[in-house]
Design a protein around this ligand. Structure first.
Ligand code: CP
Length: 312
């Protein structure tokens, strides 16, 4: 990392807003280098380091891929998945939990249901914090693996039309991805969402002048999109279960719909999916969402290695 990139990278990974094009390109190149490295070499990279994995909210991919990434680098991993067996249940504050975890580890990976929780954790932690998702706010490491997947699939992060579909209001993955794509040249974002789940106005205002955006339908988007990024309508974000029931199943991508898609269209999804992508799509050439999830390992290895300072 050169001095300028290092300055923009910072000590923590909290939000895509803290990054820029150069920083992202450096992380993705590091991920590629790590992926190509022999296993017996990369396991030596961070031997003796400890990663704390604190998941206050459920996860499959992010937790398991960070766990795998840390162990692939030779780190040991401590932590919890759910607070049931921790002192959070006795009323311990987030700040004190982080102080303790940072006393036992060299780096903390944290998922929390509250927006801004990672930033607050970083303010009291003695070691770097990686935001593994904070409420409806940001999911920066998901974005980096998304970009890594797009780069591998399309060979570029410029001049792309990317359609974001589903829950654009509470979807932290699409918030982070929209930001990141605005750092690159000549990309266009198509937004597909029911009225109640449209992209937040403040985020659209932030993107204004940085990237072209347009609201559209899934049928229209399929004609011009290079990437269709589907997301789940997230039951856990609704206070009113009836509202969720009215919105679930709004979009279901089927194999038939892909017949009219632009040649080379790739379908992505951060997963988990519920019913928004029919399983018959899985075996098409368009589907890359399981490869996308797999790319979480090299991308997160790169982030751990860079934050621990064992790679530059
Ligand atoms: N994409 C993602 O964050 O999945 P998990 O919730 O399973 O970690």
């Amino acid at each position: 990392m050169n001095a300028e990139t290092a300055m923009n990278f910072g000590k923590n990974i909290i939000s895509v807003r803290d990054m820029d094009r150069k920083t992202i390109e450096h992380i993705l190149l590091t991920a590629k280098n790590i992926e190509e490295m022999p296993k017996n070499k990369r396991i030596e990279l961070a031997k003796g380091y400890t990663v704390a994995s604190l998941f206050f909210e459920p996860s499959t991919r992010t937790m398991l891929s960070f766990d795998t990434a840390a162990k692939n680098l030779g780190c040991s991993v401590i932590g919890f998945s759910g607070t049931e067996s921790t002192s959070v249940k006795k009323g311990e504050t987030l700040a004190d939990t982080i102080r303790m975890a940072s006393a036992y580890s060299d780096l903390i990976v944290m998922r929390h249901p509250l927006e801004g929780a990672s930033r607050r954790a970083a303010n009291v932690s003695a070691v770097p914090i990686i935001n593994a998702g904070d409420g409806a706010n940001q999911h920066p490491t998901q974005t980096l693996l998304d970009l890594y997947t797009i780069l591998k699939s399309k060979g570029t992060l410029d001049n792309l039309t990317i359609a974001l579909a589903g829950d654009l209001k509470y979807g932290r993955t699409v918030h982070s991805l929209a930001h990141a794509l605005s750092f690159f040249n000549n990309n266009k974002l198509l937004f597909i969402a029911p009225k109640a789940l449209e992209m937040p106005e403040d985020l659209i205002a932030e993107l204004d002048g940085k990237i072209e955006t347009k609201e559209t339908t899934i049928t229209e988007a399929l004609k011009s999109a290079d990437i269709l990024y589907m997301t789940r309508i997230q039951k856990e974000r609704f206070l009113d279960p009836q509202e969720y029931e009215q919105l679930r199943g709004t979009y279901v991508l089927t194999k038939d719909m892909l017949e009219n898609a632009k040649k080379g269209l790739k379908v992505m999804h951060p997963l988990p999916r519920v019913d928004e992508i029919s399983t018959e799509v899985d075996s098409t050439e368009n589907a890359i969402y399981f490869t996308q999830a797999k790319n979480g390992v090299p991308t997160r290895m790169a982030l751990i290695a860079l934050l621990l300072g064992v790679m530059k």
